[in-house]
Write a protein that binds this ligand. Structure first.
Ligand code: COA
Length: 390
């Protein structure tokens, strides 16, 4: 008999600062409606100097470990575009900060905004083979583009942690998936650059090819008809993309797909901005937290990572899932962010993009999250937990 495998718990984290995109519009001399309506973005999360993908990843996963313990976690996958080292997996810092067992394999995955989906699928297959094991999948990213470019308004930051297990409490990952890969220079980040290089308009075309290509492969592999999908979560570099993707799918399939199928999925991302690998899973969190009761219903998930790899797969929402969601905590995190003006945010951006590893630096605590980047010593990054775990 096959094992039901899926998301057993899900928790999120973001940064200590937030920028109002109306302020950025004023600084850029553009109509604020371009960001609010044209891109579908209201705010963006901005990291303090003591925050990065490691501190957000650990903060997202902490509540999951507190709830379930770590004894059964045999693998930790950390998916990110914004890695902090060319060799060492950021997951190792997270493993230490969370006090995970040494009997745990740990690795980082990279493919622009896509790799969390590869991690989730690999985790599901591992658990299907060894149902007593659990896998912790964390997507964590800081989206940084050059200042005073069209892409500046589509930055952001956040992390989503998911515990993958047999007999999940939240959502089962259905086995059928469609994938589409095509080499394209729409977005990348050279090893010597702290900001992404992007051809924005090309990235939108490449995303469109990815949605349709992954959907066609999903159908060819025996996926369910489109009218059996009750909600869609699409990767949201800016939330308007979710609406575009729905329209493309509607005209490609001839189905009457209406905006309510994606509306709730944009709720967190409108306020976070782009969180790259985490963005799709923030869309999922919003639907689980704030949509109608979706017990027994199917969610279509479209993952896109520039460069490019796309995947379409589905989740079946479990009975009783609402008792395991963390919507109130997520709203608190978003509300707790401190507003920062454009000059302050741009100074943080410059400091982060100029941070090298050549000199020892000490970074004072500035954020109120549970984990902190404390600086560089002997070229190695240093972290601290407010409440160290055993
Ligand atoms: N009021 C309302 N909407 C407005 C507006 C206004 N005053 N001014 C412009 N808009 C709309 C445009 O019509 C457009 O909407 P549409 O795409 O539905 O036609 C939208 O705002 C964006 O305007 P546009 O001029 O195309 O944007 P841009 O040149 O500033 O670039 C991105 C937008 C997304 C390409 C750019 O921010 C970027 O490169 N981001 C990073 C890459 C990315 O996120 N790619 C996504 C796929 S991974």
């Amino acid at each position: 008999m096959s094992v039901r495998v899926g998301i057993h718990d899900l928790a999120v984290a973001t940064t200590g600062y937030v920028v109002e995109l109306d302020d950025l519009a004023a600084a850029m001399g553009v109509d604020p409606a371009k960001y609010r309506t044209g891109l579908g973005q209201d705010q963006m999360s901005v990291p303090a100097p003591d925050e990065d993908i490691v501190t957000m990843a650990a903060a997202a996963a902490g509540p999951i470990i507190d709830t379930h313990g770590a004894d059964r976690i045999r693998t930790l996958f950390l998916a990110t575009e914004s890695g902090v080292d060319q060799s060492k997996a950021a997951a190792l810092f997270v493993h230490q900060l969370l006090g995970l067992p040494s009997t745990c394999r740990v690795v980082e995955l990279k493919q622009a905004c896509y790799s969390a989906t590869a991690a989730l699928q690999a985790a599901a297959d591992m658990v299907a083979r060894r149902p007593d094991d659990q896998v912790l999948v964390i997507a964590s990213d800081v989206a940084r583009y050059e200042l005073e470019t069209a892409a500046e308004a589509t930055q952001g930051a956040g992390a989503v942690a998911m515990l993958v297990a047999a007999d999940p409490a939240i959502a089962e990952i259905e086995p059928t998936a469609g994938v589409f890969t095509a080499e394209v220079d729409d977005f990348w980040r050279p090893n010597d650059s702290a900001t992404a290089v992007v051809d924005g308009q090309l990235s939108i075309f490449a995303y469109r090819d990815g949605v349709l290509g992954a959907w066609d492969d999903y159908q060819a592999r025996g996926g369910v008809p489109i009218d059996q999908i009750d909600r869609f979560c699409h990767h949201q570099p800016f939330t308007k993309m979710a609406a575009k993707a729905l329209r493309w799918l509607a005209s490609h399939t001839g189905a009457g797909l209406r905006p309510p199928l994606i509306e709730v999925s944009t709720r967190y991302n409108r306020r976070l901005g782009n969180s790259y690998t985490a963005s799709l899973y923030f869309a999922l969190a919003a639907v689980l937290d704030a949509d109608d009761d979706l017990t027994g219903r199917r969610i279509g998930m479209f993952s896109y990572g520039s460069g490019s790899v796309s995947e379409f797969f589905t989740l079946l929402v479990c009975e009783g899932y609402r008792a395991h969601t963390r919507g109130a905590a997520t709203e608190e995190l978003l509300a707790a962010r401190r507003p920062i003006d454009i000059a302050g945010y741009r100074a943080l951006h410059a400091a982060a993009t100029n941070l090298g590893s050549g000199d020892d630096v000490s970074v004072p605590q500035e954020s109120s999250g549970p984990f902190h980047f404390t600086g560089i010593s002997g070229r190695a990054r240093q972290y601290r937990a407010d409440a160290p775990r055993p």
